[in-house]
Design a binder for this molecule. Sequence first.
Ligand code: HAM
Length: 413
Amino acid sequence: VSRKLQAPRGTLDVQPADGRRRLRIQRIAADGLGRAGYEPFDTPVFEDTELFARGVGASTDIVQKEMFTFEDKAGRSLTLRPEATAAICRAYVEHGMHKLPQPVKLWTWGPFFRHEAPQAGRFRQFTQVDAEALGSDDPSLDAELILLLAELIERAGAGPARLRLSSLGTPETRAAYLDELRDYLRGHQGELSEDVRDRLEANPLRAFDADHAGTQAVMAGAPRLLDRLDPADAEHFAEVRALLDAAGLAYDVDSTLVRGLDYYTRTVFEFESERLGAQAALGGGGRYDRLIEELGGPPTPGVGWAAGIERILLASGAEPEESEPRVFVAVVTHPARDHAFGLAQLLRGRGIRTEIEQAGRSMKGQLKHADRMGARATVIVGEGIEVKDMDTGEQRSVRDADEAAARVEELLG
Ligand code: HAM
């Protein structure tokens, strides 16, 4: 027996009910982002592997373990994009977008790929909506983007979500802080869990997430990065917060927030849903003021976020999207088919969702089918044309296609 073919592990087929819900979220995103001046933008699904190694960070899990990397026929190393930001920055440099009026505001939607262990809300191919503002370090961009993501989550029905907010300052501040934290932890070695002690040198920040009571007691007194920011970064963070406060958006300042990408400076944030399990992050992002320069462009600040569409759908429950009222065109005899086909085109041209008999059913079978699909009206085309009101059962003869269309429009209200 031949092997049963299935979708690859960690991927999913989007079936119609889900497809409609995705389209709806895409429209909500396009609408909200469009009103704030963000323009649609797309980059390729695969890029030079080096872009992600340099952009996302060689030491991140994404680059070390999760990339789908392959060689093309010329031996070039290519990678299916694990995220959008590095590629958008690459495009900004490649197209000389620093010459455009700044900031350049872009958004994108599409598939992304990470070779992670699949579980609820975590896939190897997933969909992100991503928004970026490049070319200005104005804190109002950070606040604007955070508000746009909050609005998207809300309008998609995926709320409530908790917003965690922090600032990472500069890489230099961060390095000095990590040294200070390591020193502090070394001074309390005996009180820490074994796990935290083992990872003290490599990843001291993990100690903040520990369940171990002794470690938690030590961490209550640990130095916090937010208290070590230099004055300009602290001021920037205070402005972002003031704008969010003025907009009435609640957030938790959480100095333990860590993101899985290396490029962040200053603001970082993440929205979490209580309705999701371990993979609770609906979306997140932050500022990356050095990334474009690291990719070979002029020094250019940037800020942005990405949200996972599968997770937004999971958090928003399974309420089906209402589809538009439908019309069915039934065909009495084969010779009437051309006429019926033309009539269906006419109705579609008027913006009416119209389906026509295309499976060789009997008239009885066609009417049953129309009823089952929830048609509001059925147009029966034989020697003449009749329009049936599917609610009352009333059937009316009409003179021609135009009169049929008028009657259908009347029934659809
Ligand atoms: P990220 O936090 O890695 O950020 O991903 C953003 C969102 O994508 C996550 O919050 C999650 O909803 C979704 N996501 C990530 N991995 C998976 C997965 N394996 N399966 C399902 N959903 C997933 C970024 O990607 C940054 N580029 C965001 C950004 C833009 N920062 C600045 N600009």
